[in-house]
Design a protein around this ligand. Structure first.
Ligand code: 4NP
Length: 151
């Protein structure tokens, strides 16, 4: 299974999602590949935001090996599952899809643990206190990703 986590900048939310899922994949000894990307290009090559690094570290996860990359249309072929953090990320990915098979790979991540609610992982970039709650939401969703796709 190849899984791609996608947000806007690939420095706050999706690096956390990547780190959390990688940690669980290691725990369950699954042969999965996890990566993350942003629909925007501003931060390409950068480390995750220091606040995401700190929250991950508080939970025993090191995300400092990650560098931001931009989402590309060929990711719709290269990955089996693509998880968008919010509706805007979702739409930006879907409009690059060329067929139904590609569209079916794309999901709003919170629909994994809260089916059908189309909830957003709020963008914590402009605040300071949103990072822990983003971590908790992603941790919950990643548990369900493992549960649903590791069978
Ligand atoms: P992310 O947060 O999408 O969770 O990585 C953001 C990071 C940077 C910007 C926006 C959102 N930005 O506008 O630079």
């Amino acid at each position: 299974m190849k899984v791609l986590m996608v947000c806007l900048g690939n420095i706050c939310r999706s690096p956390l999602a990547e780190g959390i899922l990688k940690n669980k994949v290691a725990e369950y000894h699954l042969d999965w590949e996890i990566d993350s990307a942003g629909t925007g290009s501003w931060h390409v090559g950068n480390l995750p935001d220091s606040r995401s690094i700190a929250v991950a570290k508080n939970h025993g996860i090191d995300i400092t090996d990650q560098r931001a990359m931009q989402f590309e249309p060929n990711h719709l072929n290269a990955f089996d599952l693509i998880f968008a953090m919010d509706a805007s990320n979702y739409q930006n990915i879907i409009r690059l899809a060329e067929n139904e098979d590609q569209k079916k790979k794309v999901h709003l991540i919170m629909n994994m643990s809260r089916p059908g609610m189309n909830q957003t992982v709020p963008d914590p970039y402009y605040g300071n206190d949103g990072f822990e709650s983003v971590y908790q939401m992603l941790d919950e969703a990643c548990d369900k990703i493992i549960e649903n796709y590791s069978k």
